[in-house]
Design a protein around this ligand. Sequence first.
Ligand SMILES: [Zn+2]
Ligand SMILES: [Zn+2]
Ligand SMILES: [Zn+2]
Length: 342
Amino acid sequence: MRLRTACPATPRAWTVELRPHAGGLVLVCQHCPHGTTPVTAVSARSAALAHLARHARGDLRPPHLRICQCHERGCRWHSRHRGCVGPIRLLLACERGGRLWRLVDACSACAAATAQAAVVPDTALAHAPPQPATTRRHRHPKGPGEKIRVCEMLSYLAAALPAGTSAAARLLALQCALRMNTRMQVRLPRGVLRSLRLNAAPDPWRELEQARWLRRAPGNAANEIAAELLDVTLLGQAPARPDRRHAADWALRAGSSYAAGAVGALPRLASVYLAAHTDPESSSGLGELDQIARACGTQPAELPATLDRLAATGLLGSWRACPDLGDLQWTLARGTRWGPCP
Ligand SMILES: [Zn+2]
Ligand SMILES: [Zn+2]
Ligand SMILES: [Zn+2]
């Protein structure tokens, strides 16, 4: 494979396709004209993402030189919106049921309008979106940053992990991605796994290994499990690690409160998702059923039962789904507050 990194005019937009080929699949990159790479069905997704990530990392540019490549192409990847706005981020999008993957610089408006897509968490995550100066002195100053980090990582994992990945594996992947070091290594203390209620189940690890998303280190210590993450797209995110670790701790608390501990992995992941997407002032939130289901590794039709369980345990105050619009509205139970570490 040859990466075209020498020409500065190359736009930051890359597309790869997974095409059926005798006995398997081949990875075809529109930017690497020389040759295709055979891949197996199980490794296809990770191979596609790894290939795209290598292009992006071979063409790093300061933010002021990055433009919305979606706009440059006439915004034909999404339905209409009011125009490009917001910071430029790296957007990972998937089409044709996982056969086509695209990594592209896009503005916030285009990113939000693109289906089956997720912003790749990166350094811009270190800051909350612009807010009026009056809200800067919020009593939980770290809260918004942590929540945004968790929101974006859940959204990214929804795109990067195979659709059938279980809620337990997603809870684990979220912790690993937020706690990894700059060499993509992570050491998860058994205490964290106990909080996740995953310490007795080896399956989430195996599931992520089969998806080629991580690899456990041989000979783990008694008090922790070490692993190496294989999702190189994540290297695009390089905020200070303590920031990410705070977000990991926040997600851990949101998914492992006493009440959430009594239910299964899916309600716990859903409670993390809902808490991360709840407006702290009103304790309520609004989201799309499709997106919530995808981030939780389930189907929209299964969400009502999950939400009922969360309501029964007292974590969720109320919820209302509008199937016609595909929306979900919810309110957290009074007193439910997943703030930063004291
Ligand atoms: Zn390529
Ligand atoms: Zn666009
Ligand atoms: Zn745009």
